[in-house]
Design a protein around this ligand. Structure first.
Ligand code: 13P
Ligand code: SF4
Length: 360
């Protein structure tokens, strides 16, 4: 798997064979009981998720949420969670939530010594690239991404050889190896601006062919593609959206730009996960359908009580590997640590920082 191949052990402690567990020590596994103290401490959290988690299930979740929130302090850890995390994680234990761009920026700002990345591997790797001195942990090392797995650093080198002089922009959904070979990074929040920032006629935007096509439709720059796709968003179809509109004529449909262009063309708005959330909060439509990963609607619904969410959705099996139980294990056992070869990290950091410094 690409993930394993691209992450050579790094840095002093690991090179010396010292694991995060040895550096930090193991903590006692907390008792998980729904005591009156736990009920009281977690009551404000339950308020935010009661629309989606039945009251009968809360006593099974609350003790783990409470234990994680206590352990975070003991470990001087911060939890960065992507918008696709389930509501128990998103509202229950996350310190910072956001889209890929927001999480990358927050990774550079936090004072915490330990980052627990609740998202997929490339996100944890991006945090490690930007904060090499921090300990970055992911609750399940197998949380990959079909986009990140569609291309390697060697593929990018070959692309460059065949297309000398054409800038290569990489979507953040790639391994450190790939970022290290590219000129600049982008996310779905800023892809169009990054493409236009070069002031040239042609650029590569890899590896998501649909994001590249959607950006290409908005600019005069010729956007060259790689044959990768998000396994979650590529499954939505324009016919499906037209059928939803027949059933719900008043619904507003908003889509992620990893969807095929004909799906985006059928939508009322397209944007990154953060832009989609912002759109719902600002426009307050009566009915909305989010064409993206399932948990987004669940997470935003508590903050937009007047909006009726119609919920077709596709699950991201990689994001769903991250669970409360695994986050607890991560903090108790200080695993799994994300490491990046320092030479690759240095080059990849240049590409990510160029994007952040564009301030778009
Ligand atoms: P954004 O949160 O940047 O829109 O990305 C969506 C995604 O698929 C991340 O894996
Ligand atoms: Fe990758 Fe798509 Fe899952 Fe995001 S939703 S992690 S792009 S497979």
């Amino acid at each position: 798997m690409t993930i394993a191949q691209t992450n050579a052990p790094i840095g002093t402690p690991i090179a010396a064979g010292i694991s995060a567990l040895e550096r930090y020590g193991k903590l006692e596994r907390p008792e998980l009981a729904y005591t009156p103290e736990v009920a009281e401490a977690t009551a404000p959290i339950y308020e935010k998720v009661k629309h989606i988690i039945p009251a009968i299930e809360w006593p099974a979740l609350a003790p783990t949420i409470h234990a994680i929130n206590k352990l975070k302090k003991e470990r001087n850890a911060v939890i960065l969670a992507h918008n696709y995390m389930t509501p128990d994680i998103f509202h229950g234990v996350a310190d910072i939530v956001g889209d890929s761009l927001q999480l990358a920026i927050e990774a550079t700002r936090t004072d915490a010594e330990v980052i627990v990345q609740c998202g997929v591997h490339f996100m944890a790797e991006t945090s490690k690239i930007l904060s090499p001195e921090k300990t970055v942990l992911i609750p399940d090392m197998r949380a990959g991404c079909s986009l990140a797995e569609s291309i390697t650093g060697a593929d990018v080198r070959a692309l460059r050889e065949r297309n000398p002089g054409v800038p290569i922009i990489t979507y953040v959904n790639t391994s450190a190896d790939v970022k290290a070979e590219c000129d600049i990074c982008c996310t779905s929040s800023n892809a169009l601006q990054v493409v236009e920032s070069f002031g040239v006629d042609r650029v590569f935007l890899i590896p998501d062919k649909y994001l590249a096509a959607n950006v290409g439709n908005k600019t005069d720059v010729e956007v060259l593609v790689w044959d990768g796709a998000c396994e979650v968003h590529e499954r939505f179809t324009a016919d499906e959206l037209r059928d939803y509109r027949k059933i719900e004529p008043n619904v507003k449909i908003i889509a992620h730009p990893e969807c095929p262009p004909e799906v985006v063309a059928e939508a009322d708005f397209a944007g990154s996960t953060a832009h989609m959330i912002n759109w719902v909060k600002t426009k307050q439509p009566e009915k909305v359908m989010m064409i993206t990963e399932c948990s987004m609607a669940d997470n935003v619904a508590s903050e937009t009580p007047g909006v009726d969410f119609i919920r077709p959705c596709n699950l991201c099996p990689h994001m769903k590997r991250i669970t409360l139980g695994k986050i607890l294990d991560t903090l108790v056992e200080m695993k799994d640590e994300v490491v990046v070869d320092p030479a690759i990290a240095d080059k990849a950091r240049t590409a990510v920082e160029r994007m952040i410094n564009l301030k778009i």
